[in-house]
Design a protein around this ligand. Structure first.
Ligand SMILES: [Zn+2]
Length: 207
């Protein structure tokens, strides 16, 4: 029943059928009891169910292989950087199970194989929908592009805000964490790297 509610209507198979919603509900009820709440009062009655569904959605990608999105490729002679900027994503920090959200920028330098831009967004979303740490998310995206598209270079830069940083612990609202993973020419060749970074930051001088 919940599986159906959680599934999104677009073409992404957010396969949350493996998520044990009843088990999450039980755990949430326990948390409410643990903090001295009455889980049976009216306002909280449906809370365990709502929380179970939100978690189901946030981690629905755990059993998926996001690389499948990179397996529909075109053969195209293109030797310029392909960049998709500002891909919004939401993930769940695996240390605190609190959300971290932000933008991913992904780029690659094709070597004959090109993929649809929407697939790059799917790739990001696929790896984001699971318990994550930002560093791993960044590396997984760059490695997937490198291994599936065999490009001359691949890069992923992620800027994100972590709720576990901003509302608890160090409490540094407004702080953003930036991570990058550079592969191939983007790592080895300074001019390829600066071209890609300039494109990401929108500071590319027009020639
Ligand atoms: Zn955290």
């Amino acid at each position: 029943m919940y599986e159906k509610d959680c599934r999104q209507s677009d073409d992404t198979p957010h396969n949350s059928s493996h998520v044990d919603f009843a088990r999450i509900e039980k755990a949430v009820r326990e948390i409410l009891l643990a903090v001295g709440e009455d889980p049976d009062r009216e306002g909280l009655l449906k809370t365990p169910n709502r929380v179970a569904r939100s978690y189901g959605e946030l981690i629905a990608g755990l059993q998926e292989d996001p690389r499948v999105h990179l397996r529909t490729v075109f053969n195209e002679r293109c030797d310029e950087v392909v960049l998709l900027r500002d891909i919004e994503f939401h993930s769940l920090c695996e240390h605190h199970l609190l959300p971290f959200t932000g933008k991913a920028h992904v780029a690659y330098l094709p070597d004959g194989k090109v993929v649809g831009l929407s697939k790059l967004a799917r790739l990001v979303e696929g790896y984001a929908r699971r318990p994550q740490v930002q560093e791993r998310l960044t590396n997984q995206i760059a490695d997937a592009m490198m291994e599936e598209l065999n490009p001359l270079g691949a890069a992923c830069v992620i800027e994100a805000t972590h709720l576990c940083m901003t509302i608890r612990g160090a409490k540094k609202p407004g702080s953003t964490m930036v991570t990058s993973a550079l592969r191939g020419l983007f790592k080895e060749n300074p001019s390829s790297r600066s071209e890609m970074l300039a494109l990401i930051h929108g500071t590319q001088a027009r020639s």
